[in-house]
Design a protein around this ligand. Structure first.
Ligand code: ADP
Length: 454
């Protein structure tokens, strides 16, 4: 499989004319690639060291508004610069764009060159380092679900987001005939990403009209988050190239099922799966039980990082495969946490709470922090639940609204300890702003419901 490029290889390829453009990117709070398009010669001669960006980029919403209330940056502070420091281990071709390579950056303080604490990549690196100090590595896989539409992004926007036509006419779960009809878009997505060094496993039709899933092989947590961000970007970009649109909204229509990003997790020690104990029930080691106990106990605290928008909470509905309860079960898709690969070296936990709109760095960091807490406190895992978990009255609930999730985030002593007050305060503000914007807007639904009849 073609992999990432070394810096030396990139220099050679730029000299021979293979690349003329390098995308220098970082991942923002919303999980988007932001950055600049460099002439490749400039990048290999100077900008590989560092470049700069306005520090508002880690304090905006999806529409690039500049909300007040962030300690890190503001109009008052003058919106200065951050350093974008290319991580030269992430250089890779971008095969779906002509003559183009890409690199991901870490975000550093302009003056101290220290990592900016609320940068998503820094947040994940911190939890990985904590886990390494305990002697473990995390392997993760984040599934990407999304909807494809017949129309292009621009056509949909110009139509006021009306009459959106999903690319298929029926539920296409595991459907080979229907997905053959979508190969014009999905095949280039799989093959271009593979050629960009992402270990693509497969794509499949999902359980709704026009819904797709893309699976990438599990990898060390940071690589997994990098892969997810690049793949999500590529899905939209390649769909656009083919005159189509793709959305990662958790719930694009109230009558359709939502899109998830399930996160598979396992810990390893010296290259061996540390979650596996051949002689233990279900093959689950004590370490795995402690990790899962932390993951489940603190799920309400970190739900915001799995569901960051008002829209995300509309996905959590009974009987839709989107979970509402903080319990685990063995290969049961109605629980928030599902044991997979039981009794084998591949034993792992899948968190099913996250929506397709999650930021993979933040989601993984929060779950690692919860797992670490479970290990440190040797927390006890309750027995697995069985049956339809939606109807389990004793099971704990995940916060059902952004407002509630914001409260649990703000008040989480555990996350404040694990991530730092500055990080929790920063994302609490992001969550509040999202709610404030929503509360301010009068929606079409309210008008249609009440215009004549109220
Ligand atoms: P399914 O039958 O649900 O599709 P798969 O066996 O394809 O399950 O695995 C789902 C995801 O879990 C894949 O992306 C795979 O790479 C990942 N995965 C497999 N083993 C592990 C592991 N030990 N740790 C973390 N993720 C894993």
């Amino acid at each position: 499989m073609p992999g990432t490029l070394t810096f030396d290889q990139l220099k050679t390829d730029v000299a021979s004319g293979t690349y003329d453009t390098v995308l220098v990117c970082f991942v923002d709070m919303q999980g988007r690639l932001m950055g600049k398009r460099f002439h490749a010669v400039n990048f290999v001669e100077t900008s590989f060291n560092e470049t700069h960006c306005c520090n508002y980029l880690l304090a905006t919403d999806l529409e690039m508004a500049t909300p007040d209330g962030y300690a890190s940056t503001s109009w008052e502070k003058g919106y200065g610069d951050y350093v974008m420091k290319p991580d030269l281990g992430t250089i890779r071709p971008v095969p779906w764009l002509e003559g183009t390579a890409m690199v991901l950056c870490d975000i550093l303080d302009h003056h101290t060159h220290e990592p900016v604490p609320h940068s998503p990549r820094a947040i994940l690196k911190k939890q990985i380092a904590r886990l390494e100090a305990l002697g473990f590595d995390a392997m993760m896989a984040t599934e990407l679900e999304f909807f494809l539409f017949e129309q292009s992004f621009d056509d949909i926007r110009k139509s006021g987001f009306r009459d959106m036509q999903p690319i298929s006419g029926y539920n296409e779960d595991y459907h080979i005939l229907q997905t053959t009809k979508e190969e014009g878009v999905m095949r280039p997505i799989r093959n271009h990403l593979f050629a960009a060094g992402l270990p693509i496993e497969n794509s499949k039709g999902e359980a709704e009209t026009g819904q797709e899933e893309l699976n990438i092989r599990y990898a060390p947590a940071l690589d997994c988050a990098d892969h997810h961000s690049i793949a999500k970007h590529a899905v939209k970009e390649i769909a656009w190239q083919h005159g189509r649109a793709a959305t990662f909204l958790s719930k694009w229509h109230h009558d359709r099922v939502g899109s998830s990003s399930h996160v598979h997790q396992s810990l390893w020690k010296d290259g061996e799966p540390a979650f596996f104990d051949k002689s233990a029930p279900l093959g689950m080691s004590d370490l795995m039980r402690h990790y899962m106990a932390g993951l489940i106990a603190y799920a309400p605290d970190y739900t915001y990082f799995l569901a960051p928008y008002v829209n995300s909470y509309k996905r959590f509905a009974k009987g839709t495969f989107a979970p509402t309860k903080t319990v685990w079960s063995v290969d049961n898709r109605t629980a928030g946490f599902r044991l997979c690969g039981d009794g084998t070296k591949g034993v792992r936990v899948e968190c099913r709470i996250g929506g397709s709109d999650l930021n993979p760095y933040l989601a993984q960091a929060a779950m690692l922090a919860a797992g670490i807490k479970g290990i440190e406190d040797k927390m006890t895992l309750a027995p697995a639940t069985t049956g339809d978990v939606y109807e389990d009255a004793k099971a704990g609930d995940i916060p059902q609204t952004l407002r509630k999730a914001t409260e649990t985030l703000r008040n989480s002593a555990f996350l404040r300890g694990a991530m730092g007050d500055d990080v929790v305060d920063h994302y609490t503000r992001a969550a509040e702003w999202e709610q404030e914007e929503y509360d301010r807007v009068v929606t079409d639904w309210e008008i249609a419901r009440g215009f004549e009849r109220a």
